[in-house]
Write a new protein. Structure first.
Length: 203
């Protein structure tokens, strides 16, 4: 969904940061488009543990095992596309102001410009889509973009564009009437965003 102003080799990062980037990337993929059969197969092999994140990972694996591509595509469309609009509007502007394409989107575009991050010309979604924001966080953590990828830079982006609304969106996704496969996706996002917020709060 994104371009960078210049080619950048991802930096060497810790295992913990790599895992964080992978979760953000997974959320970005799942929220940007319906998952393919190959991705569902991969998700079905996820293993969890007794931690909150491990528990929701196990639930996601269980749903992926018994979900087909046509079913999840229909569910995705009901949630996010619909006739006119889906059940949820996954945009920062909507959650923060009640309207689309408002000040949060303008502020995000200013931030992205400063960081050398550009949306692809063929992407029609506004950049404040939750899937795009998760993808951006993954890129900042991994050093994919030609901008500062320090923890302070990650925190600044998170606080400005995700902290005030992402957990609420993921809670709404957990509870959405149309959600079956996407219920544990919502749980994963809610738990992960809470962990990230707590970690950034002590920086």
């Amino acid at each position: 969904m994104l371009n960078t102003a210049e080619v950048q080799c991802p930096r060497s990062i810790s295992d913990e940061d790599r895992a964080r980037a992978q979760i953000y990337q997974l959320l970005g993929v799942l929220l940007g488009n319906p998952p393919s059969a190959e991705l569902l197969e991969g998700l079905a092999s996820l293993e969890g543990d007794d931690t909150p994140l491990g528990s929701v990972s196990k639930n996601l694996a269980a749903l992926a095992q018994r979900t087909s591509s046509p079913d999840v595509e229909s569910e995705y469309n009901n949630l996010f596309v619909g006739l006119g609009r889906g059940e949820l509007l996954p945009y920062a502007s909507y959650y923060l102001t009640g309207f689309l394409n408002e000040k949060p989107l303008a502020e995000l575009r200013t931030d992205l410009l400063a960081r050398g991050i550009k949306a692809r010309s063929d992407v029609k979604e506004p950049e404040d889509h939750i899937g795009t924001l998760c993808e951006i966080m993954a890129g900042i953590i991994s050093g994919e973009f030609p901008c500062d990828s320090s923890l302070a830079s990650q925190k600044a982006f998170f606080d400005a564009h995700l902290a005030k609304w992402a957990a609420l969106f993921f809670t709404d996704l957990e509870e959405a009437q149309s959600a079956i496969f996407y219920t544990p996706v919502g749980s994963l996002g809610r738990v992960f965003i809470t962990i990230e917020a707590d970690a950034f709060a002590i920086q």
